[in-house]
Design a binder for this molecule. Structure first.
Ligand code: 4NP
Length: 158
């Protein structure tokens, strides 16, 4: 069982969507039982909240139900998870700064390191923008989650 944690700032837009998309990818490949997935935010802004309704609507159109309740990442997550995927550079730095332990820091990856579109390393924060930003987040995460799955399948011989 591989454990994967998706992390953004608020844990109400990008990371719950990443969690939902990755779960859809592994469900489609009939390997859902080989993974445990969760998401978290670097901030405490929205603890306990459901994902943003705009993100939930776009997910639902794709058959993905987002019912995660927002939580904040803790140092214990480095012990509980094998891979921690950061949505943007700021998240990446904030997560790695939670620990000085190199082996823990090495669990943290940029989500877009797995994107075929290399124009930017960040999944853009859609919170203060319009619906098109939420659509873009879905498209980016669909590519990244599929490529990330292929990466760990090869690495782990899943
Ligand atoms: P997320 O989006 O990090 O993708 O969940 C945000 C949600 C809320 C805020 C910022 C980003 N906020 O400032 O409240």
């Amino acid at each position: 069982m591989k454990k994967i944690l998706f992390v953004c700032l608020g844990n109400i837009c990008r990371s719950p969507m990443a969690e939902g998309v990755f779960k859809k990818v592994i469900e489609n490949k009939a390997v859902a039982n080989k993974f445990y997935c969760d998401s978290a935010g670097t901030s405490a802004y929205h603890i306990g909240a459901l994902p943003d309704e705009r993100m939930r609507a776009i997910a639902q159109e794709r058959g993905i139900i987002l019912d995660h309740c927002a939580r904040q990442i803790t140092v214990k997550d480095f012990d509980d998870f094998d891979y921690i995927l950061a949505m943007d550079t700021s998240n990446y730095n904030n997560i790695r700064n939670l620990t000085k332990d190199k082996s823990r820091q090495d669990k943290v990856f940029m989500m877009r390191a797995f994107d075929s579109d290399k124009s930017t390393m960040d999944v853009p924060d859609p919170y203060y923008g319009g619906m098109s930003g939420f659509h873009d987040v879905y498209e980016i995460l669909w590519r990244c989650c599929n490529n990330f799955y292929n990466y760990i399948s090869e690495e782990q011989k899943i």
